[in-house]
Design a binder for this molecule. Structure first.
Ligand code: ASP
Length: 308
């Protein structure tokens, strides 16, 4: 759904697209996820309502979701095949198109804050692995032990996956990647995305989330996008940039551009969802899975979270 009324500021968040339905989630789980989404939405909304920047708002919202073990990012990230948690994140500012991203980090408490440090303090856009952790320490980005990220439920999901005879890949779609997009009162947009990737990922696999233009993109001339879903197809579609390009070059509304790109991803065999904010402040939240954890708020007083 897109909202045609421009707002002074607006924000949308997601906590991952996936196979969840009212039949597979009980009332307590629904309430707990909605509370987690509302807390993240409030963190971002508080920044924007106080006149803060879109970059600060998406950082704040994503950091809350990273700390919430219900979502697949930071604490509660899914496990790799080898039983570790390897985290990816990206952030982008629409005014300058400055961007920062990290992949396969294992000791940084909030990967979105490290991505932001890369954007603001480094000469590079994309750092990975041990080098990214060295950069984190040099820039006072808080560290965490491996035990901070690991949760029993995610370990159970890895064991369930490994017990399937032919399934090393997360066919059950236990996603839960998180992201945020915002448009601030100054008219600038930003996007951020953070994930543990896919359960049972191997061989240093990296998905779309930290790839600028695939899972994350922001451009004041169009809007900001954060994606979730089957990352390989989102990479091949250049999804987040493609949505912004359609809005900028052929004037599509955010929901129309999002639907068109998700259709292309579907034709490649991929599923998932996207959140979009246009430079005018319109929000779209579109998904091709049964559910997507999501929320939206704006300066008119709108404030809602939803799953199905
Ligand atoms: N897109 C993410 C990845 O492929 C997964 C997700 O959105 O849940 O790493």
């Amino acid at each position: 759904m897109s909202n045609a009324i421009p707002h002074t500021w607006s924000i949308a968040i997601h906590g991952g697209a996936g196979s969840m339905t009212r039949d597979t989630m009980d009332a307590a789980a629904i309430a707990a996820h909605e509370a987690g989404l509302a807390a993240a939405l409030d963190a971002g909304r508080a920044v924007l309502a106080a006149g803060g920047s879109a970059v600060d708002a998406v950082t704040a919202a994503v950091a809350v979701l990273e700390d919430d073990p219900q979502f697949n990012s930071g604490r509660g990230a899914v496990f790799t095949y080898e039983g570790t948690n390897e985290l990816d994140a990206a952030i982008m500012a629409g005014d300058t198109r400055a961007a920062g991203a990290v992949a396969s980090v294992t000791q940084t408490k909030n990967p979105v804050r490290l991505a932001r440090a890369v954007m603001e303090a480094g000469p590079h856009v994309f750092l990975s692995g041990a080098g990214a952790e060295v950069f984190a320490r040099a820039h006072d980005v808080p560290v965490a032990q491996a035990s901070w990220f690991a949760t029993p439920e995610r370990l159970r999901q890895l064991e369930e996956l490994k017990a399937q005879p032919d399934g090393w890949f997360d066919a059950g779609m236990k996603y839960g990647t998180v992201g945020a997009v915002a448009r601030d009162a100054a008219g600038h947009v930003a996007a951020a995305t953070s994930t543990g990737g896919l359960t049972g990922k191997r061989w240093g696999r990296i998905g779309d989330s930290p790839l600028i233009g695939a899972g994350t993109y922001a451009d004041d001339r169009a809007g900001a996008v954060s994606c979730t879903g089957s990352g390989e197809q989102f990479i091949r579609a250049g999804a987040a940039h493609e949505i912004c390009a359609r809005m900028r070059l052929i004037g599509e509304a955010p929901d129309v551009a999002a639907r068109a790109v998700l259709d292309e991803i579907g034709a490649m065999g991929g599923v998932g969802g996207v959140i979009v904010v246009s430079s005018a402040g319109e929000i779209a939240q579109v998904f091709t899975t049964p559910g997507m954890f999501r929320g939206r708020a704006d300066s008119s007083g709108a404030h809602e979270v939803a799953i199905f």
